[in-house]
Design a protein around this ligand. Sequence first.
Ligand SMILES: Cc1cc2nc3c(=O)[nH]c(=O)nc-3n(C[C@H](O)[C@H](O)[C@H](O)COP(=O)(O)OP(=O)(O)OC[C@H]3O[C@@H](n4cnc5c(N)ncnc54)[C@H](O)[C@@H]3O)c2cc1C
Length: 471
Amino acid sequence: MKAICWFRYDLRLDDNPAFAAAIASSDAVLPVFILDSVNADSHYHGAASRVWLHHSLNALNDSLDNQLFLAKGNPTKILDTLVKKYEITHVFWNRVYEPWQIKRDRSIKKKLKEKNIHTQSFQGNFLYDPLKIQKKDGTPYKVFTPFYRKGCLVNQPKPLLPVSTTEKPVFIKTNTSIASLKLLPDRDWHQSMINHWQPGEIGAAKQLRRFINKGLNGYKKSRDFPSLNGVSKLSPHLHFGEISVNRIWYAIQSAAIQQQCEDDADHFLSELGWREFSNYLLFHFPDLPHKNFQPKFDHFPWHKNKHHLSAWQKGMTGYPLIDAGMRELWQTGFMHNRVRMICGSFLVKNLLIHWHEGERWFWETLVDADLANNSAGWQWVAGSGADAAPYFRIFNPVTQSEKFDPDGDYIKRFVPELSKLPNKYIHKPFDAPKDVLKNAGVTLGENYPRPIVDLKTSRSRALEAYQEIKY
Ligand SMILES: Cc1cc2nc3c(=O)[nH]c(=O)nc-3n(C[C@H](O)[C@H](O)[C@H](O)COP(=O)(O)OP(=O)(O)OC[C@H]3O[C@@H](n4cnc5c(N)ncnc54)[C@H](O)[C@@H]3O)c2cc1C
């Protein structure tokens, strides 16, 4: 028996049910990754994700003794060719839930079955199967807390697979090259970005260990402070499935007992719950990336302003915390969660620019860009989502900055031109007296922008716009 293990968002060998099944049930395995350039359409990986994927695939290929078959194109055709060429009898994969992937996979499954190829799919990327969680009346949850408490926590997540002790699997030998995927851009901006990370299974395990040793205890509080190393930064590893979410769940639970920090651990696990919730929403409401979850937002009077959008993207709004966040994103492919919420709120509320623009920019620039989390995150920020922040809650970037970056350490890291300003003014250089600015080497309008909008006026304008759709 010969099997294909088709890797997608599960770029790991540990706790990978499809890979384990392929090895257990066949004499030889062909590990395959196909960069789907045909079905993804507007959901093809963004630029930062492609760079991550390149490195992650290299790491997976190393773990597979360089036997990962790599191709770009239409998986339907490529799998068909491989099945014939290598006399494959079985195809295994872990399920993925983006609407276009579900559609594609159903059709592939049908076609393979018609050719008498045995297919089997597993739940390897999430703790819970979105199909199995529903309210008592049979409809899907739309609010996080009952979804998590009554839908998820009443069941234990899937048990972990035993760590394999079998001899090395036999791989079918092929000869492909990662260069053929053309994931890296021509221009050399990506090297400094990826230096912040170690994509792949080894990097993911290290990141989890670092978090358990240095971040878990105190997480609940420090997760709000962007200058601290208080969050796990596991999101890109989780997105590409370089570590199993079950592995994380159980590791955190046992660390919580050892470190006696159950409260911190519960909070962290609930963040994994938000990941489940976003995926669940996307599964049950496949229009989530495009359509307002609350249709009343279809009539929202969004503004189009290229200059404002560009200032936001470049981190040149004149509001230091926003600029630090947008530059963190550009330089590292990541942005801290609290700052994502504040930068998002600034775009959709103070600038009145459609959340689609923010969603697109994050999609291109985040290494953890994830269709479910990104769409749900933006709809949450805009107030148009399921269980979203109410529209009238508008983050004030100055007071948020004073509260969560009190010494301006995060700002100084990403907006170095303000680093000599005293704490009192680093959050609002536009209020600083002339001599203070001069002593700090800041000239507004020259080496740091003046604010592109006034906070008070733009807040009132946002609330007025909201009144227009309130019914
Ligand atoms: C506008 C906006 C856009 C976002 N876009 C994405 C995205 O494209 N990809 C992405 O993975 N997350 C996204 N998020 C959610 C969240 O910001 C990130 O998951 C988090 O910052 C990742 O950092 P971390 O791994 O250190 O998180 P931790 O605090 O260490 O949390 C652990 C894990 O829980 C999950 N998680 C945490 N917060 C959330 C959340 N609010 N929603 C869903 N899952 C969560 C992530 O998988 C994360 O790795 C977005 C949030 C907002 C407000």
